[in-house]
Design a binder for this molecule. Structure first.
Ligand code: SAM
Length: 279
């Protein structure tokens, strides 16, 4: 089963509205950036320091993690398979005075030299867009290849262990920014495949139609976009990361990290070996 060919199209269409998922996107970015920066400084094999790190965000979307990490002083390269998302990430970064180097790239084939980055970030349920063992393996092998020996992988997904116990068929409504006359509402319908592991999702956004100044609009513009996910458990993902060459995989709960999803950290293969072995 190849990756859903509509993934880039799904995010191209969502890119202009992506921030409407958050009540306050800037506040969410600041929180996520703080949590990830702290995780990086705690779990990187090299001594924790206030140094600037080379970070690749290989599924940057509109920049929700890449922009705040750049604002924490890191040199961030932000890539994604969606051109519209990458273009928006670049615009939003420059509007906030953050420096991002951006490119369109598929995480299964990263256009970077070996050992180019200190950290690879793949956050907020991006890897589960890959639907086969082969594709997940390719992506993780690529992330491993571009990491330096002391490098760190940071990957987050929905809490799929819990989700696969219940197989929910929808997500609760999320309210967008509190802009009058009404807020945008986002929710998803999930249609599980027979394997119990993958699901097709319909992503609904209800956007209030323009109403005269001060009036409450009566009509909603309904935007529906569709894609497919593989609800990988923590055990499955740990297995894939290890098979791709990562070492010391460890899961961290939102309570531990302050990040809103479970986070997998893992080290580059030579982690633990001295970077400059003595003769
Ligand atoms: C749920 S979004 C998260 C985006 C961003 N990390 C955030 O939190 O706002 C998932 C992202 O994964 C990207 N993606 C999916 N498959 C990809 C692939 N094969 N290579 C690179 N990016 C991919 C999508 O284009 C999308 O931007």
């Amino acid at each position: 089963m190849p990756q859903d060919p509509s993934v880039a199209g799904f995010y191209d269409r969502l890119a202009p509205d992506y921030h409407l998922i958050f009540p306050d996107w800037d506040a969410s970015m600041a929180r996520q950036g703080r949590a990830l920066d702290a995780l990086i400084r705690t779990h990187r094999a090299a001594p924790p320091a206030a140094e600037t790190l080379d970070i690749l965000d290989c599924s940057c979307g509109i920049g929700t993690q890449a922009i705040p990490l750049a604002r924490h002083g890191h040199r961030v390269t932000a890539t994604d398979v969606s051109l519209a998302a990458v273009a928006r990430a670049a615009r939003e970064a420059s509007a906030r005075g953050a420096r991002l180097s951006t490119a369109v790239a598929d995480m299964r084939s990263l256009p970077f030299a070996d050992a180019r980055f200190d950290v690879v970030v793949c956050a907020d349920n991006s890897l589960p867009h890959l639907l086969t063992e082969d594709d997940v393996h390719r992506a993780l092998t690529e992330m491993c290849r571009v990491l330096r020996p002391t490098g760190l992988l940071i990957l987050s997904t929905r809490p799929y262990d819990e989700i696969r116990r219940d197989h929910p068929t929808s997500t609760p409504p999320q309210l967008g920014p509190a802009a009058p006359p009404a807020r945008t509402v986002t929710f998803q319908l999930w249609h599980w495949h027979d394997d119990g592991e993958r699901y097709d999702l319909e992503h609904f956004q209800l956007v209030p139609e323009e109403a005269p100044e001060g009036a409450q609009g009566e009509n909603w513009d309904v935007r529906v976009r569709r894609t497919t996910y593989w609800a990988l458990t923590r055990r499955q993902l740990t297995g894939f990361a290890t098979a791709a060459g990562f070492t010391e995989p460890a899961w961290h709960t939102p309570e531990e990290t302050g990040f809103f999803q479970p986070v997998l950290t893992a080290g580059a293969p030579e982690r633990g070996a001295p970077e400059h072995p003595s003769p």
